[in-house]
Design a protein. Structure first.
Length: 110
């Protein structure tokens, strides 16, 4: 497999791509939805919500955190996770720009 050559793209493009890739798994989408529902959560609570083993959930949380979509703070032996609002705002702006441009085009594309 070839290199992705991310250095040829802007920081913004790489950031959006990393966030989109992190959301490319249904378990991660379920985790984000659960965190939005409860506002914050400890890893064990997430394990109880998903039909996945604890190590698998931890790996998905790691991917979401590495992409910047969630934040985690250590509280004793647990980590409390929540949505990173700034990351969601970046994605919202990105997709709003696409939507705005599509509206201006008025389906004049092939």
């Amino acid at each position: 497999m070839g290199a992705t050559k991310t250095e040829h793209f802007t920081d913004k493009q790489n950031t959006i791509a990393a966030m989109a890739k992190a959301l490319g798994h249904p378990a991660r989408v379920a985790i984000v939805e659960y965190l939005m529902k409860v506002n914050e959560c400890i890893c064990g609570d997430i394990v109880n919500e998903l039909p996945l083993a604890q190590p698998t959930v931890s790996q998905h949380l790691k991917e979401l955190k590495n992409a910047g979509l969630i934040k985690g703070t250590v509280e004793g032996n647990s980590i409390c996770y929540c949505i990173d609002e700034k990351a969601i705002e970046k994605m919202q702006v990105y997709f709003a720009n696409i939507s705005g441009k599509l509206t201006k085009m008025k389906n004049k594309c092939c």
